[in-house]
Design a protein around this ligand. Sequence first.
Ligand code: SAM
Length: 323
Amino acid sequence: MEYPEILRNAVELKAAGWKPQDLKKASAAITERYKNNIGNGNSLVVSDIDSVVYSIVRMPATFSAIRRSLEWASERTDEINKVRSVLDVGAGTGAAAWTMLGMLDRINEIVCLEREESMLTLGKALMSSCPELEKKTEWLRQDINTFSSEKKYDLVTASYMLNELTPSDREKAVKSLWEKSSKMLVLIEPGTPAGFSHIKMAREILLSCGAHIAAPCPHEEKCRMDKDDWCHFTVRIQRSRLHKMLKSADVPYEDEKFSYAVFIREGVADKCSRILRHPYIEKSKITLELCGTEDNQTAVITKKQGVLFKAAKKSKCGDSIVI
Ligand SMILES: C[S@@+](CC[C@H](N)C(=O)[O-])C[C@H]1O[C@@H](n2cnc3c(N)ncnc32)[C@H](O)[C@@H]1O
């Protein structure tokens, strides 16, 4: 699913209310704040202009990472087709809710929980451009650290949120997000060593609570990623004119790196391997770095392997493959 045009237009309309040089200044200040203050529970996007900048610079990337994670998970489980209610925690300007646009025939309720007034207000305003999404969505101004509700949601999402919490709040949040989800929990973090460490921590905690993993891991043993390495994937996003201007970028696209895990209540039966790096394609062989059910391996697939060779040739980092 592409980034919705109505959302892009709604963001541009909001941006038009600010001077380009002010947006650029705010963008640089947010980047600085994220560099220096991440992981201590502080508010990082704090004003109306910050939120507008967030929606220009980050929302297309976070939307695409959430969308891609759901697609990869749905290759191994059909739980997403059973989702009727969604809770998005640390919703920001509503990226996760927008990824539900193509599923509104079966989704009846989306709750966006967000701590910052400016993010929530902008998220609501952007959504008013899409009445079919707006009418199914409720915005709650709440802090996940103090949010108490017995209610469960089929799907719970938290994208790029855990890294903003303190380490002890993060662990508590992971457990509470799992308790609030009746079918699926999707966690997404930046594709950095720190972001991956949060996903790995959540994986350890939730597997010990009886959760299963739909993606990316094809096994539920201890993570085999080397100590100095981190499991992450990439999604390419076309930059808007505004995005290019704010980031002083020359290239018309950016590659968003993210780490993620999709947890479910029932185990999956299929046996596949996850492609961990960009496939190395030569004329008559393709080399794949794989995380498999039993071990991690470097697989060399030759032309003689016909169907498998064709599948490998089409594959990308992050895809699953049966070998
Ligand atoms: C980087 S933004 C991600 C927004 C959105 N999930 C996305 O993927 O675009 C992180 C969001 O989490 C929110 N947040 C951080 N700590 C929170 C908390 N304790 N409770 C609720 N929201 C929180 C922030 O206000 C911010 O809007």
